[in-house]
Design a protein around this ligand. Structure first.
Ligand code: F7E
Length: 386
């Protein structure tokens, strides 16, 4: 079989997604093998790009079987070292089979129910996907490939109702959402298995990380996508449809997802990157070490299209806060308003990370600053709709 023609030169559809037995034929003795779940998502797709560029490993990307596939984030990949496999975290047998047959050297679990806001409506599926299934991954690794290194996606949402800022690795875990609670549970499970069975199993604390592949329901992408639409409407002299947001006073520590991928790989290879590595892998915080309100993100995003708007509120009720600008005819145009349905049942008011340890011990350094991230996202969304 000509590998070059098996996947990338054809239309991507279910035919290209391999069952585990067929996938195993692409393993070889020379190259290590990595399983990445959630490979069509932001982090999964960036991890594939990173490993294709920086290693010679064979990569198996896990995707859930859907009748309408969403492969936008991996469509650009052209490599015969990358293969898609059927994978579903909610099927224990599937998890066991993947580990038993492929015997991966690394298992990177990005698959998750990752929308915090939805986690109240889907608390059980959030728990089963993000916490229960981790037992299956750990059991499978323990039984079939105990020297496989496991990375599980952790979150600053685990800190929740924060006790102090900035948050470091010692901060107590005080989640505010079913999502945050599920990530605390997986962290505890991983710790127990790491200590009981001596597994290289870790969960980093990743603060918010964004980029051009970010899902459109997360607040950053929602803003940049709508700013791009507003830019187009203004240019075409069409009516502006304002952005509707929830709590614009929440503060988040936003970074570029690509910077975090490098950090995750360093965390998975501490014997290489940490000169003080003592044989027991540690878990690290990854953050920009800055915090900004959603309001500031909005202002910066509009600045990218040449708009310096202003906030107005005729009452003391935060729900009446609005963002306007004056067009060339000096008319006041509404750009942003508050929609209470985007408020959460319990909010994490501030996330503000301290990634000093990762910077020192793993020699990790983020490349993209906040302002450049916003600009990159707005410009990308402008390109996408033009
Ligand atoms: O919300 C506020 C909202 O949905 C950020 C995930 O990757 O990062 C992400 O979780 C903030 C919250 O991300 C809207 O109330 C206001 O305070 O973009 P988000 P998130 O919940 O912080 C962590 C680290 C993860 O682990 C998660 O998987 O923005 N906000 N208005 C809004 N949020 C949304 N989505 N939509 C709004 O209209």
């Amino acid at each position: 079989m000509n590998l070059e023609e098996t996947y990338f030169k054809k239309k991507i559809d279910n035919i290209n997604i391999l069952n585990i037995i067929d996938a195993a034929k692409f393993k070889n003795e020379t190259n290590k093998c990595v399983v990445i779940t959630g490979v069509t998502g932001q982090d999964g797709s960036h991890m594939v790009d990173y490993l294709l560029k920086n290693t010679q490993y064979i990569i198996f990307g896990g995707v859930r079987r859907l009748s309408v596939q969403n492969h936008t984030n991996i469509r650009h990949i052209k490599s015969d070292r990358f293969h898609l496999i059927n994978f579903d975290l909610n099927d224990s047998n599937n998890i066991y089979k993947v580990v038993e047959v492929l015997k991966p050297d690394y298992f990177i679990n990005f698959a998750a129910q990752s929308y915090v806001a939805c986690s109240w409506d889907f608390a059980k599926i959030t728990w089963e996907t993000n916490a229960t299934s981790i037992i299956d991954i750990l059991e499978a690794i323990k039984s079939f490939k105990p020297n496989c290194k496991l990375y599980q996606a952790g979150s600053s949402e685990e800190f929740g109702n924060v006790s102090y800022s900035p948050q470091d690795e010692k901060h107590p875990l005080k989640p505010r959402s079913p999502y945050g609670a599920s990530k605390v549970a997986s962290r505890q499970l991983i710790k127990v298995y790491r200590e009981s069975y001596n597994l290289y199993a870790i969960q980093g604390w990743l603060f918010n990380h964004e980029g051009t592949r970010r899902g459109e329901d997360f607040v950053t992408r929602k803003i940049t996508k709508n700013v791009a639409k507003i830019n187009k409407s203004i240019k075409n002299n069409e009516p502006v449809i304002p952005i509707e947001l929830g709590n614009i006073y929440a503060k988040r520590d936003w970074s570029d997802a690509e910077d975090f991928i490098d950090g995750i790989w360093r965390m998975l290879n501490q014997e290489i990157y940490n000169e003080n590595y003592n044989g027991t892998p540690e878990e690290f915080v990854f953050s920009s070490n800055e915090t900004h309100t959603i309001k500031e993100f909005v202002e910066l995003a509009f600045n990218c299209i040449g708009i310096n708007g202003y906030w107005k509120n005729d009452s003391t009720d935060l729900l009446n806060e609005k963002y306007f600008y004056k067009n060339k005819n000096n008319e006041e145009i509404l750009l942003v308003k508050i929609n209470p349905s985007f408020y959460r049942l319990a909010e994490v008011d501030i996330l503000f990370g301290d990634s000093t340890r990762a910077r020192h011990e793993l020699k990790w350094e983020p490349k993209t600053i906040f302002e450049s991230l916003v600009k990159k996202m707005v410009n990308n969304d402008i390109d996408l709709i033009s």
